[in-house]
Write a protein that binds this ligand. Structure first.
Ligand SMILES: Cc1ncc(COP(=O)(O)O)c(C=O)c1O
Length: 456
């Protein structure tokens, strides 16, 4: 039975991917239509699984967003290189639990191997701890939990046993443009939003190193500094070298949220964007963005594996451990049972190699510049950021026009881009993060945006 069911899924998936580049880039159905097509009472009995899959595909289709395709520029959204989709299918078929070595020696060793490759690719300390989480939000959480553990351990407080309520105060410092998921992670760790000292940023959203230095002052008590590689709007990276120098001089921990910007380190001519990154204490990033593996895939990296493991690991007599050589996946993430998330990454690294990954990052940055160049030639359109990586902030004349153009672009469907506010101005955000985007896709999309602008 499994053969027929899986072949049906294979047919649905390949048909979808064959057409993804030519379909409307956004969802086209209303919520009511989707509920009408997909909802109904809970079935009381069985149905033919092949029919179930066919119905599911047909009914969900108008609500499926073509973010696997080459002209989806919303948020920061990678597609999925075909070998990673295939490896993800295999991960589902194998259905391995990556929590304990004994539950899947292969999954554990694949995590070890992929961890080593990631550290090599990014040139981070080779003995760092690496955890495979759902996304950068949970990577931020994991890294900041390790930070919380370590800065309190240094003043004699074990936060895992004694908690936070009577702990010495931990100063938490971040750039004013800190990503909301780092703030979310801090909240889950017991740090209120009002406790985060926000450091002023420059016109690209980079934390000002001089202002950080002044804020750190002479204090050398427990402190965590949240820096960023890749502002979600502009792509700009904080001055990491200066941040690390100031913070480490006061014994503070430096965490870098590098959801996508961290991968600039893989391209020699972009590496200067993240100079000094290797000296930080922890790094959170995503694989489902610039590495173009399927959701959900984030990576938490902590230079010193000891606080990483101390913050995450849990023990129970039935959770069997071997000797210390064997990887216990759940020691590095805030989850226990978990799919084999490193498998698509393994396939990606084996298939593309270091050069292939750098090529995606390099190409996307060149395409972002091409988009900015084409759009800025049209009178009335302004690019508000320095396009240093893959992010472009576009302003169409004024507030109202920009909002109208965003809505028109989304309805027209050649491409999809969303809106945001950048330094109090309404902008359209264009993020070029998909492995399959070509120059022709950029030109078609720019033409569609300009067309929408001209009639707005
Ligand atoms: C800088 C930064 N940090 C964190 C995140 C959150 O990533 P995720 O949604 O994968 O958890 C993003 C998402 O765009 C981001 O750009």
């Amino acid at each position: 039975m499994h053969k027929q069911v899986l072949e049906t899924a294979h047919g649905i998936a390949t048909k979808y991917l064959d057409a993804v580049a030519s379909r409307h880039a956004g969802g086209t159905a209303t919520r009511a239509a989707l509920i009408g097509a997909l909802g109904g009472p809970l079935p009381s009995g069985a149905s033919d699984p092949v029919h179930v899959l066919q119905q599911l595909a047909a009914n969900a289709n108008p609500g499926i967003v073509a973010n696997a395709g080459p002209r989806y520029f919303g948020f920061v959204t990678g597609g999925a290189v075909p070998v990673t989709v295939a490896a993800d299918w295999i991960a589902s078929a194998w259905d391995q639990n990556s929590a304990l070595y004994v539950q899947s020696p292969a999954a554990a060793v694949i995590e070890d191997v992929v961890s080593g490759w990631i550290l090599e690719l990014l040139d981070l300390p080779r003995t760092a701890g690496v955890g495979f989480v759902t996304g950068c939000h949970m990577a931020n959480f994991t890294c900041l939990a390790a930070a919380r553990h370590e800065v309190l351990r240094r003043v004699g407080w074990n936060v895992e046993t004694h908690g936070l309520q009577k702990a010495p105060r931990v100063r938490v410092i971040a750039g004013a443009e800190v990503h909301i998921t780092a703030v979310g992670a801090l909240r889950y760790l017991g740090f209120g939003t009002e406790e985060i000292a926000l450091i002023p940023v420059d016109d690209q959203g980079r934390m000002r190193a001089d202002a950080l230095d002044a804020a750190l002052g002479k204090s050398d008590g427990p402190a965590i500094v949240c820096a960023q590689a890749g502002n979600v709007s502009t792509g700009a990276c904080d001055p990491l070298e200066a941040i690390v120098r100031s913070a480490h001089a006061r014994g503070a921990w430096v965490h870098v949220d590098g959801a996508f910007g961290l991968w600039a380190a893989t391209v020699p001519e972009l590496r200067s964007q993240v100079t000094g990154i290797e000296a930080a204490d922890s790094w959170a990033t995503d694989a489902h963005k610039w590495l173009n593996v399927p959701y959900d895939s984030g990576i938490a990296i902590v230079a010193d594996a000891a606080p990483h493991r101390a913050a995450m690991s849990m023990k129970a007599s039935y959770l069997e451990r071997g000797d210390n050589e064997e990887r216990i996946g759940m020691d590095w993430v805030p989850e226990s049972s978990r799919r084999s998330r490193a498998l698509p990454l393994y396939a990606l690294f084996r298939s593309l190699g270091r050069d292939g990954i750098a090529d995606i990052v390099r190409r996307n940055c060149a395409l972002a510049r091409r988009m900015a160049d084409r759009l800025s030639k049209e009178p009335g359109i302004t690019i508000l950021n320095d396009v240093v990586l893959n992010q472009v902030l576009v302003r169409f004349k004024d507030e109202e026009t920009t909002m109208r153009v965003i809505a028109a672009v989304q309805a027209e469907g050649t491409c999809w881009a969303g809106g945001a506010f950048w330094q109090n101005k309404q902008v359209m955000r264009v993020s070029v993060s998909n492995w399959s985007t070509t120059e022709e896709d950029i030109d078609r999309s720019a033409d569609a945006m300009i067309g929408c602008f001209r009639v707005s």
